[in-house]
Design a protein around this ligand. Structure first.
Ligand code: FE
Length: 306
């Protein structure tokens, strides 16, 4: 049994899900995104993720109610949803994860932004992240990761960069090996129509066997599909790697050069060597356009809630 410790967020980062305020259009958007993505990932997502979707009872017909989901999560793995209005600072993010609270937004994208958002909305959070929060090993991994993040924040920028790369290449863009080949568990892929096909079927990206130090050395881009995906053996491997003390690893890696997001390292165990060219989806934008979109989305959201 898990006991529930309430967390207090600073006022500007406190929000709630006003479920009754969702319009028929909001529910329609959820239905559209859920139905489309569910079909796409049925054969591409890992089984643990698909089991999580069933366990949470996600359905296309309505936007899920966070209070209900939070109760299911809490019974299963001790996690809760912490509703936030927008991106939150890294220290708050890590400390929430360390306390088994997942920060999630409650607003849903508008029809103009159906395929790409610079900032995560509730479809990304619910559909991408929540299903694995009811998997015991993944849930433990994410909590340990949060504790590691709290420590890294105190250590310095280099340590913070390294641990953020770990999050990026696992929780957001991770693949897992199965007897049927690599499957997706990363939320950034699972909530993206284009990337869920590209990550597994395109010839462009590398698939490299997961190695903690390699991952911590690898730079990434937030505005394009990934050129390197790291493939774990299973969630226990990730959990065990995260249970160790990162201090000696940070000390070693600080003296080691980073590896670019397109590069293969001689020590890599390569599963697929990608061509690292092409971009199947032209909805990705330059960083400047990205900022413009981000500001527009924020302004829109402040104008019409939720
Ligand atoms: Fe995310």
């Amino acid at each position: 049994m898990y006991t529930h410790t309430a967390v207090t967020l600073p006022e500007q980062f406190t929000s709630s899900q006003d479920w009754d305020a969702y319009t028929p259009e909001n529910h329609g958007m959820w239905n559209f995104l859920y139905s489309r993505q569910r079909k796409l990932i049925e054969s591409r997502a890992c089984q643990e993720y698909l089991d999580g979707v069933d366990l949470l009872g996600l359905t296309p017909d309505r936007i899920p109610n966070y209070a209900e989901l939070s109760n299911i999560m809490h019974k299963k793995t001790g996690w809760r949803i912490a509703v936030v209005p927008c991106f939150i600072p890294a220290d708050l993010f890590f400390s929430l994860l360390a306390q088994r609270h997942f920060p999630a937004t409650a607003w849903i994208r508008s029809p103009e932004n159906v395929d790409y958002l610079p900032e995560p909305d509730m479809f990304h959070d619910v559909f991408g992240h929540f299903p694995l929060l009811v998997h015991p090993t993944f849930a433990d991994y994410l909590c340990e990761f949060g504790k590691g993040g709290v420590k890294a924040m105190k250590a310095g920028q280099a340590e913070l960069d390294m641990i953020q790369r770990l999050y990026w290449f696992t929780v957001e863009f991770g693949l897992v090996n199965t007897h049927l080949g690599p499957k997706i568990y990363g939320a950034g892929i699972l909530s993206s129509k284009g990337e869920s096909i590209y990550a597994l079927e395109d010839k462009a990206p590398h698939h490299v066997r997961f190695d903690l130090k390699r991952v911590m050395r690898t730079t990434y881009r937030i505005d394009q599909f990934q050129k390197t995906y790291f493939v774990i053996d299973n969630f226990l491997q990730m959990f065990n790697d995260t249970m160790q003390n990162f201090d000696p690893i940070y000390a070693e890696l600080k003296k080691t050069p980073t590896i670019s997001w397109t590069e293969i390292d001689p020590k890599d165990q390569v599963i697929q060597r990608g061509t690292v060219e092409g971009q199947p989806d032209d909805t990705r934008t330059t960083p400047e356009e990205l900022m413009e979109k981000l500001n527009k989305t924020r302004a829109e959201r402040e104008g019409k809630k939720p």
